[in-house]
Ligand binder design. Structure first.
Ligand SMILES: Cc1ncc(COP(=O)(O)O)c(C=O)c1O
Length: 411
């Protein structure tokens, strides 16, 4: 990164005057923390005592036999507290907020996992907490909304635009501009104005640091490939970060192919779609936008991948050819999920299942002496309504109808 937050020609900090001082301060706190061994040690202690780190690397023996190619390993970010990698970033930012002396946090969330993690952190550290979430996502991820509220957070359903993640981000920025003295915006992914992309990637780097040690212990050497799903890019940056230093490890980011790239109903930006460079939400990256720079509607079965932009660090790595980008459709995701549950007894989040799709396509072309790692960014419990609906499970449908009737009779 350059001093002003650029990665090649991507990134930067396009922020309103009123936030300039706050960003300067945040950058300084971040840099001090990064140079301070004690800060990282405090972070490691918190993550091991509160969030089950290090998360395991599981050998998926049945899936490996099924495909008859590479040994498939799964990095289990689902076993983090709150069920996803989001806790890594949030707890780190929480420690920074304590250092900054602020008392209120706000966040945006798509799948609800970042909101859940932020509400958890706020409860633990005693901060006031407001979470912005698109109205569509509130409906898709109702269980997470319920828990956020129960932990004391205020959840605001955003009704603007497509009522998904980008609209929630806009609303969170509006709040921040008004309450900048008391409030820190806990950005949830490796996007946004500098220093967020680098700072979020730093907190997430714990994933790759653990994974390389674990794969060496289990497999004796580097994996051939590492797969991660890509929404804003934080879990991908987390696991890729350490492997970027290793020659010969191929890094594969998997975006939301939705109903197929040709349908236009997807959220794929770097895998050969017609996304283009632009500046929005405070940074420069590849966006899904029309010729006038208006953001396009996106679609994915996975709420956490349904975003128009992508980490500027990944745009740079894409341009350098260091990370390969692919996409997985909603249907392929359901198939991969089904197989993983049946063969391994593991339930990936819909977001994570995108990475599984691509690994399953490619595992047979590798040798059984090779290893691949799939970053399982989160667990699928939050997706029970979407998954049950997609599988058209009759007993689940009956259960929901019966509970609905019980509630309306109680009224
Ligand atoms: C489980 C899970 N995986 C992946 C993502 C995508 O985010 P990112 O690309 O920042 O890892 C999300 C976002 O909400 C998520 O909840």
């Amino acid at each position: 990164m350059t001093k002003d937050g650029y990665f090649g020609k991507w990134g930067g900090a396009f922020i309103p005057e009123v936030l300039q001082q706050t960003f300067k301060e945040l950058g300084e706190y971040y840099r001090q923390a990064k140079e301070d061994q004690e800060f990282w040690q405090e972070y490691l202690d918190l993550m091991s005592s509160y969030s089950c780190r290090p998360t395991p690397l599981t050998h998926a023996g049945n899936l490996s036999n099924h495909f008859g190619g590479a040994q498939i390993y799964i990095k289990r970010e689902d076993l983090n507290h709150t069920g996803a990698h989001k806790a890594n970033n949030v707890m780190g930012q929480g420690l920074l907020v304590k250092r900054m002396g602020k008392k209120r946090v706000i966040a945006e969330t798509g799948a609800g996992q970042h909101g859940m993690a932020t509400a958890t952190m706020a409860a633990k550290f005693g901060f006031d907490c407001t979470i912005y979430m698109g109205e569509v996502d509130v409906l898709r991820q109702r269980p997470n909304v319920f828990w956020m509220e129960k932990m004391g957070a205020k959840v605001v359903a955003v009704k603007d635009g497509s009522r998904t993640l980008k609209d929630a981000i806009n609303e969170a920025f509006r709040d921040w501009v008004t309450n900048v003295d008391t409030t820190h915006y806990v950005f949830g992914t490796a996007c946004g104005p500098a220093p967020f992309p680098e700072m979020v990637s730093w907190f997430q780097s714990i994933v790759g640091i653990e994974a390389i040690e674990q794969i060496h212990a289990r497999h004796g050497r580097n994996p051939a490939r590492v797969y991660a799903c890509v929404g804003g890019g934080s879990n991908a940056m987390g696991i890729f970060g350490r492997f970027l230093l290793e020659n010969g490890v191929e890094l594969v980011g998997v975006e939301a192919g939705g109903q197929g790239i040709a349908s236009g109903r997807h959220a794929a930006r770097l895998c050969g779609t017609d996304a283009s460079a632009g500046v929005a939400q405070g940074y420069r990256t590849m966006f899904l936008q029309n010729d006038d720079g208006q953001m396009l509607e996106t679609h994915s079965v996975a709420a956490g991948l349904d975003y128009v932009g992508v980490s500027p660090i990944l745009s740079d790595l894409w341009e350098q050819g260091r990370v390969r980008f692919e996409s997985a459709t909603d249907d392929e995701v359901m198939e991969a999920l089904d197989l993983t549950m049946k063969k391994e007894g593991i339930i990936p989040a819909l977001e994570s299942a995108h990475a599984f799709v691509q690994a399953f396509k490619e595992a047979p072309e590798l040798s059984p002496d090779d290893a691949v790692i799939i970053n399982m960014s989160g667990r699928g419990d939050k997706d029970i309504f979407t998954i049950a609906h997609a599988f058209n499970d009759p007993s689940w449908k009956e259960f929901i109808i019966r509970r609905g009737q019980e509630y309306s009779e109680q009224k």
